[in-house]
Write a protein that binds this ligand. Structure first.
Ligand SMILES: *Cc1c(COP(=O)(O)O)cnc(C)c1O
Length: 361
C-alpha cells in the first residue's frame, strides 16, 4: 500500500500532521467553539430564498469582488470601515492563508504568542513561512511591553495576535496591538474570531485601522454568528493591503451561494447574534462551577473556557466522550477546553465533570 511517505512531497511537509479536531457525531459537541444554537426559522427562510435566486444565476461566475457582501460586512462592522476596507474568503482561515501568501512565504516569518490557535503554525507551514513562537506571561496574559519586546527581538515579517486568544480565552487590550504595531515594520494581524463574545462596548482593533496601513483585523461568521457551515471569514484593512490579497486569491473564490447566504444572514444580524448573551452567561457559569469543584478555569472573553487542575486530561476526555460529550484536549498538560453550549449542554458537561473534581479542595 502506498503511503504519503512514498510520494515526492515537499521536504518541509514530510512527516507533518494535518489539522485534526475530531469530528464525531455525539449528542453534546463542545469541542470546536461553534454556536450550538440553531438558526431562527425566519432567517432560514430568507437564506433559502436568497440561495434559490443565486442558483438560478449559477451558470455565470459569481461577482469576483463580492460587492454586495462587502457592503453588508462594512455595515455590520460600523462607522470605522467602508466597503473598500473589507475582504472576505471561505472562512477566516482562508483569509489568514491569503495574508501569509502575500506577506509571508519562503525566507519570511510569522510570529505568534503561544499557546495560541493551532492553525497559525499550520498556515505558516503550508505557505513556506517560518513560524516563530513567542511567549505569554503567567496565566497566558500578554502585556504590551512583553509583546513588543519579543517582536523587536525576532523581527518577524508578520505578527498575529489572537484577541481573545484561542485556546486560553484571554482577552487582549488594544494597547498591545498599538505597541506591537510600533515595534515592527511588518504586517500585524489581529484575529478577532471571538470578538462578539467580549462585554458589550469593548472596542475592536477595527477602531485602530485609521493611519495604520499594515494592520489587518480578521473576523468570522463561524462562531458568534452561528454560520460555521457556510465558511465565511472576512477582514478589515487599508485598501492597499487588500490589493495584495487580490494577487493571491483564486479567481471567483467566493461562490455565488456563499455570497447570497452571507448577505441574507447579515440582514438578520441581530437575530443571528441573539444567543450571544446567553452563551456568555453559560461561559460564566462554567467558570463559576469549575472553580467551585476545585478546577482552575482562566478568565475568558470568548465562548469557551480553558481550565487547569485536571489530573489526567485524556482520561477525563474519554470519560466524557463515553457519555456523548465531546470537549477538547489541546495537549496543554493538566488542562482541557470546553465550549459554552446551550444551558442543557452546559449542564450535561458540568454534571459529567463532578466525579473528577480535584479531591480535598
Ligand atoms: C475558529 C477560529 C477561526 C475561524 O475560522 P473560520 O475559518 O472562519 O471558520 C479563526 N481564528 C480562530 C482563533 C478561531 O478559533
Amino acid at each position: 500500500m502506498t503511503t504519503l511517505a512514498d510520494l515526492p512531497i515537499r521536504d518541509d511537509l514530510r512527516g507533518q500532521s494535518p489539522y485534526g479536531a475530531p469530528q464525531l457525531h455525539v449528542p453534546v459537541a463542545l469541542n470546536v467553539n461553534e454556536n450550538t444554537h440553531g438558526l431562527p426559522d425566519d432567517v432560514i427562510d430568507d437564506i433559502v430564498g436568497a440561495l434559490a435566486a443565486a442558483v438560478r444565476g449559477a451558470n455565470r461566475y459569481p461577482d469576483r469582488e463580492f460587492t454586495a457582501l462587502r457592503e453588508a460586512l462594512a455595515g455590520y462592522l460600523g462607522d470605522a470601515v467602508r466597503p473598500e476596507n473589507i475582504w472576505a474568503a471561505n472562512g477566516s482561515n482562508e483569509v489568514l492563508q491569503q495574508l501569509l501568501q502575500a506577506f509571508g512565504g519562503p525566507g519570511r516569518s510569522l510570529l505568534g504568542f503561544s499557546p495560541t490557535y493551532s492553525m497559525y503554525p499550520l498556515l505558516a507551514l503550508g505557505t513556506g513561512t517560518e513560524w516563530v513562537s513567542a511567549s505569554r506571561a503567567e496565566g497566558f496574559v500578554l502585556t504590551a511591553d512583553r509583546a513588543a519586546e519579543q517582536v523587536r527581538q525576532a523581527r518577524p515579517d508578520i505578527v498575529i495576535l489572537c484577541a481573545p486568544n484561542n485556546p486560553t480565552g484571554t482577552p487582549l487590550d488594544l494597547d498591545v496591538v498599538t505597541a506591537v504595531y510600533d515595534a515592527t515594520d511588518g504586517v500585524v494581524i489581529v484575529d478577532e474570531a471571538y470578538a462578539e463574545f467580549m462585554p458589550a462596548g469593548t472596542p475592536s482593533a477595527v477602531t485602530l485601522l485609521e493611519g495604520r496601513e499594515r494592520l489587518a483585523v480578521s473576523r468570522t461568521m463561524s462562531k458568534a454568528f452561528a454560520f460555521a457551515g457556510v465558511r465565511l471569514g472576512y477582514l478589515a484593512a487599508d485598501p492597499a493591503l487588500i490589493d495584495a490579497l487580490r494577487l493571491v486569491r483564486l479567481p471567483y473564490h467566493l461562490s455565488a451561494l456563499t455570497q447570497a447566504a452571507a448577505c441574507a444572514a447579515l440582514r438578520h444580524a441581530d437575530e443571528m447574534l441573539a444567543m450571544v448573551g446567553e452563551i456568555a452567561a453559560q461561559r460564566d457559569r462554567i467558570i463559576t462551577q469549575l472553580t467551585r469543584m476545585g478546577f482552575h478555569p482562566y478568565p475568558s472573553g470568548s465562548n469557551f473556557v480553558l481550565f487547569g487542575g485536571v489530573a489526567e486530561p485524556r482520561a477525563v476526555f474519554d470519560a466524557l466522550l463515553a457519555q456523548g460529550i465531546l470537549i477538547r484536549d489541546q495537549s496543554i498538560p493538566g488542562h482541557l477546553r470546553v465550549t459554552a453550549g446551550t444551558e442543557a449542554e452546559t449542564t450535561a458537561f458540568l454534571n459529567a465533570m463532578e466525579p473528577f473534581a480535584p479531591a480535598g479542595e
